[in-house]
Write a protein that binds this ligand. Structure first.
Ligand code: PMP
Length: 367
């Protein structure tokens, strides 16, 4: 039987062990007689699931005590509005937020933030076709910015920050807000370098529907009056993510993924695996003229690897044959075309090996 490897950008592959455990617990969670989906979010069973998920995530990312971990709904795009509604109020109105425009997802964030305040594009990768993170010394920051927004991994363009920038001295202490939707938990980060970290769960954490927000406590309590209460981080934090009904089943699966990550050796061990997996693929791409990746080497994503066949007429055959070989969902995002291999934590190195050998074989047969 062909082994299946799923390269979807999200919703994406989950660890098999997690899905097996969830299946085993589907009808009766820990002898409670209930599925997790059927439990009151305020009952002791679900409260214990939530508390474990929060504390495991805190441990995995070494989140300092002065940060809250919030489990919300609304997704990454929801946060594009929720962030300015929570942070523009830090400064006299109209306030300005700075953005480093690295690709599709910051593009969307910029458009949305303009509804709530002024936007300054501090730097942009547009001229180069979004193939790099603009050098830190080229950023033109606002002296009293309400915050500085970065997308630290551009899922579509395959551009990832390989450094945690410092912006405080040029902005009067503005916090960095990082959209880490597609690489959270894939590499070791120093949470204290950021004011807010957010991400939809459906790539490297769990099912769609859960949005994670990690926010420094002094950034709570500045929401604009128009901010819906269910998205006012202070209200959510004061109610320990229980102001409204949280996405309970998604939190449960995320909790299982956090336990799985701990069993794998935590984020540092995952990072080593992710370096090995992504190097395997990039090394092959760099060794052949049949395919190409257009991102500058210092900005290449370890999670999302876009690549193009030099002869785009072969795209349909490539995808069909890949699928027949068990290599699923390799089609690039419609806005950029080509192919994309998303190789999140749950993708084993064997999946990348299988992809590379298929690509070698396809190239040999079609050269
Ligand atoms: N930010 C990034 C980096 C993403 O990859 C995505 C989804 N692909 C989003 C935001 C939007 O997330 P959602 O669909 O959950 O709103």
């Amino acid at each position: 039987m062909t082994t299946i490897y799923n390269f979807s950008a999200g919703p994406a592959v989950l660890p098999k062990e997690v899905l097996q455990q969830a299946a085993a617990e589907m009808l009766d969670w820990h002898g409670s007689g209930m599925s997790v989906m059927e439990m009151s979010h305020r009952g002791p069973e679900f409260m214990s699931i939530l508390a474990a998920a929060q504390s495991d995530l805190r441990e995995l990312l070494a989140v300092p005590d002065n940060y809250k971990i919030l489990f919300l709904q609304g997704g990454g795009l929801g946060e594009n509005a929720i962030v300015p509604m929570n942070l523009m109020g830090r400064k006299p109105q109209p306030a300005t937020a700075d953005f480093v425009h690295t690709g599709s997802w910051t593009g969307k964030s910029i458009k949305e933030a303009k509804k709530y305040g002024k936007v300054n594009i501090a730097a942009s990768g547009e001229a180069g076709g979004y193939t790099c993170v603009p050098a830190r010394d080229s950023w033109k920051l606002t002296p009293d910015a309400a915050y500085v927004h970065l997308c630290t991994n551009e899922t579509i363009d395959g551009v990832e920050y390989q450094f945690a920038p410092d912006v405080a001295s040029e902005t009067g202490g503005a916090p960095i807000v990082a959209d880490m939707s597609s690489h959270i938990l894939s590499r070791v980060i120093d949470v204290s370098r950021y004011g807010v970290i957010f991400g939809g769960a459906q790539k490297n954490i769990g099912p769609a529907g859960l949005t994670i927000v990690i926010v420094r406590e002094d950034l709570l309590g500045h929401a604009l009056p128009i901010c819906p209460s269910a998205f006012d981080w202070k209200i959510v934090a004061d109610n320990d993510s229980m102001y409204n009904t949280p996405p309970t089943y998604a939190i449960y699966i995320a909790g299982l993924v956090f336990q799985w990550l701990k069993q794998q050796g935590g984020v540092a061990a995952m990072e080593q695996k992710n370096i090995a997996k992504s190097s395997l693929l990039y090394d092959y791409l760099d060794s052949t003229d049949f395919y190409e990746n257009r991102v500058e080497k210092g900005s290449r994503s370890r999670m999302n690897v876009p690549f193009y066949l030099k002869d785009e007429n072969l795209n349909a055959a490539f995808l069909a044959e890949a699928k027949a070989n068990g290599l699923l969902q390799l089609k690039g995002h419609k806005s950029v075309g080509g192919m994309r291999a998303s190789i999140y934590n749950a993708m084993p190195i064997e999946g990348v090996q299988a992809l590379v050998s298929f690509m070698q074989d396809f190239a040999k047969r079609n050269s």
